[in-house]
Design a protein around this ligand. Structure first.
Ligand SMILES: Nc1ncnc2c1ncn2[C@@H]1O[C@H](COP(=O)(O)OP(=O)(O)OP(=O)(O)O)[C@@H](O)[C@H]1O
Length: 291
């Protein structure tokens, strides 16, 4: 579990973070979202004890970072690329980090496999692509098998396969009861794998909620076109659907696509289109950050 309790950071006159409070819970992936310069990295650095808070406090698994007896076994972090010496191979980097963290050496080979870097383990990390450096950073974070992970923009530089890999890795981690806090400036990038959202705007946390609650009225809305819209409207409404018109289509909430299809079939109305509308995540995010 990660708790930010009134975290505040001022750099001279710059109020980078102002009284930020939120919680990232075990078994859930929490997205920490904000536009560029909103204070995400500053907050994550305070959570990890890398930057002293002007006011407030951060707790990892109930303790301040500096009070954790074995930090590498409690929390793993991906904060920036270029954590390894460019002349060092991925394997050498992980091995030295394993020694520092007091982690068994065999863990290095396991992790190289897990993050898909086994084939490049002996190459200089300076020659790695951005995506490979991200994978090495994730492997470093996982060295101590910590229950809590903090990742700053980890999808940066990953190709679609890399993003899918990261999504699986983080979901699996949460499936085993771990806590994940992952930052991004793009809601759409995280939407497929986060459970909760914390939004930061100009250094202030403005929203802390389950992702699904942000979708609001557009969640699960159906768009339907058919040969006889009037008849279908009556049938859908009769079955408990809430129906409105949108251009030449009907918009329906309160029914699943399966039941709407069955209702159309029973009413003998041929369907031309039946789609589940997906919410415009970037628009929702921009509305929330503008609010
Ligand atoms: N060391 C520093 N000295 C002075 N100002 C800083 C320092 N670090 C960050 N800031 C300022 O604090 C604010 C928040 O920066 P921060 O890097 O935390 O934002 P961010 O949300 O992580 O942005 P990005 O998505 O661009 O990485 C910005 O106005 C930034 O210029």
């Amino acid at each position: 579990m990660i708790e930010a309790l009134g975290l505040t950071k001022h750099y001279g006159r710059v109020q980078a973070v102002q009284d930020a409070s939120f919680t990232a819970y075990p078994g859930r992936v929490t997205g920490f979202l904000g536009l560029n310069g909103s204070g995400k990295t500053t907050t994550l650095r305070m959570l990890l004890g890398l930057s002293r808070a002007t006011a407030g406090e951060a707790r990892i698994n109930g303790r301040r970072f500096r009070d954790l007896p074995h930090p590498a076994r409690e929390v793993g972090a991906v904060l920036e690329q270029g954590i390894s010496h460019p002349g060092q191979s991925g394997r050498a980097h992980l091995t030295s980090q394993a020694i520092l963290a007091g982690v068994r050496r065999s863990r290095v080979e396991e992790l190289l496999d897990d993050v898909g870097l086994a084939h490049a383990a002996g190459q200089r990390s300076g020659a790695y692509s951005l995506g490979m450096r991200q994978r090495l950073a994730v492997a470093t974070a996982l060295l101590g098998d910590p229950p809590t992970l903090v990742l700053d923009e980890p999808a940066n530089g990953l190709d679609p396969e890399g993003v899918a890999w990261l999504r699986r890795l983080l979901r699996d981690h949460c499936g085993r009861g771990g806590t994940v806090l992952v930052s991004s400036h793009l809601l759409a990038e995280l939407a497929q794998f986060i459970d909760d959202v914390v939004i930061i705007v100009k250094g202030r946390v403005t929203c802390e909620a389950p992702l699904a609650s942000l979708y609001g009225a557009s969640a699960g809305r159906l768009r339907i076109r058919s040969r006889d819209q009037r008849r279908l409207w009556q049938a859908l409404q009769g079955a408990g659907g809430r129906v409105t018109r949108s251009g030449d289509a009907l918009q329906v909430t309160g029914l699943t696509p399966e039941s709407a299809g069955e209702i159309a079939f029973q009413a003998r109305v041929p369907l031309y289109e039946l789609t589940v509308e997906t919410p415009d995540l970037e628009q929702i995010f921009l509305d929330l950050t503008a609010a």
